[in-house]
Design a protein around this ligand. Structure first.
Ligand SMILES: C[S@@+](CC[C@H](N)C(=O)[O-])C[C@H]1O[C@@H](n2cnc3c(N)ncnc32)[C@H](O)[C@@H]1O
Length: 301
């Protein structure tokens, strides 16, 4: 955790922008987050199709940070719109895209999840990965952000000819992938890294998940990370359903390996492979989802 008086996510991700590109390959546990996420992207994304086709498959990477997933998607033939609240993250994402020669398939811009600058139903798939929704701490604003993600995704609603003009749901809406920060892992972080500086901070976060500037000022002398909402699995599913998404599955991206970064950093390749396999096996177990640092929802708009 670092010092950041107002815990504003935009300020934080501007200030600590450089480390973010490394985030998903820093250690075996963050690599599990990436590998498990891309497994589900590969399984649920529509086929990227023929690169020469005029109707390219369009994917939004909202809160895309330094562009890891944007590059992964563009390398697989998708046309990607990347956006992020932090101007620095957008700058880095552009740099990474250019380094890889992917600029013909990617556009990067600064934008807020709560007010996306895209037309209704303009994407064949939408990603919001690695916690952007957790940084929208206010419940009503987070509902706005979810509504925005759904608005820009191609819908599964089709006009039914039989019932002239009325509409009905089909299950072929665009896949929307969102991963958020788990509440239990957030509590463990505080216990692990700042137990002596955080008297009184754990109980309210256990109650409602909100790690806010006010609480950090009151209980932890202003010493903190970016403001954040830590989710319970059932709560995340309920918010998604309230926003109109059909939830296909929730995935615990690190589950039993959560917070084992240091322990696994020096472990043998065989030991890490063993852990990775168990994490894979348990990743859709609801308790494992709840214990994860990040939980991924695979949904349809
Ligand atoms: C941990 S990073 C994840 C970045 C990337 N998706 C990944 O997984 O590597 C969280 C990102 O969410 C962005 N973010 C936070 N609040 C946001 C908002 N309201 N709108 C857009 N992006 C936001 C931050 O700027 C940051 O880049």
């Amino acid at each position: 955790m670092s010092r950041d008086a107002d815990l504003d996510p935009q300020t934080y991700y501007d200030e600590f922008a450089d480390g973010e590109w490394e985030r998903l390959e820093r250690d075996p546990v963050t690599r599990m987050e990436f590998e498990n996420t891309t497994d589900y992207l590969a399984a649920f994304l529509p086929d990227s199709g023929d690169e020469s086709a005029s109707d390219a498959v369009r994917v939004l990477d909202a809160g895309g940070g330094p562009g890891r997933y944007t590059c992964w998607l563009a390398e697989r033939g998708y046309e990607v719109e990347h956006c992020d609240l932090s101007a620095e993250q957008v700058r880095i994402a552009r740099e990474k895209v250019e380094e890889r020669g992917l600029e013909s398939r990617v556009t990067c811009q600064q934008a807020d999840l709560r007010d996306l600058p895209f037309a209704d139903e303009s994407f064949d798939a939408v990603c919001c990965l690695g916690g952007p929704l957790s940084h929208v701490v206010d419940d009503a604003e987070r509902a706005d952000a979810l509504a925005e993600l759904r608005r820009v995704a191609r819908s599964g609603v089709r006009t039914s000819e039989a019932s002239a003009g009325s509409s009905e749901r089909c299950s072929d809406g665009a896949p929307v992938f969102a991963s958020v920060i788990g509440r239990f892992a957030m509590l463990r972080d505080i216990i692990k890294f700042v137990p002596d500086a955080s008297h009184g901070l754990l109980a309210p976060i256990a109650e409602d998940g909100d790690y806010t500037a006010e609480r950090v000022a009151e209980h932890a002398d202003g010493e903190g990370w970016a403001a954040c909402h830590g989710f319970r699995a059932d709560e995340f599913e309920a918010e998604l359903e309230a926003a109109g998404f059909e939830v296909e599955t929730l995935v615990g991206l690190e589950n039993v390996a959560a917070r084992m970064k240091r322990e696994l950093a020096d472990a043998s390749d065989e030991a890490v492979a063993d852990v990775r396999e168990v994490v894979r096996t348990l990743r859709e177990d609801r308790t494992a989802v709840d214990c994860s640092e990040h939980m991924l929802a695979v949904t349809r708009a």
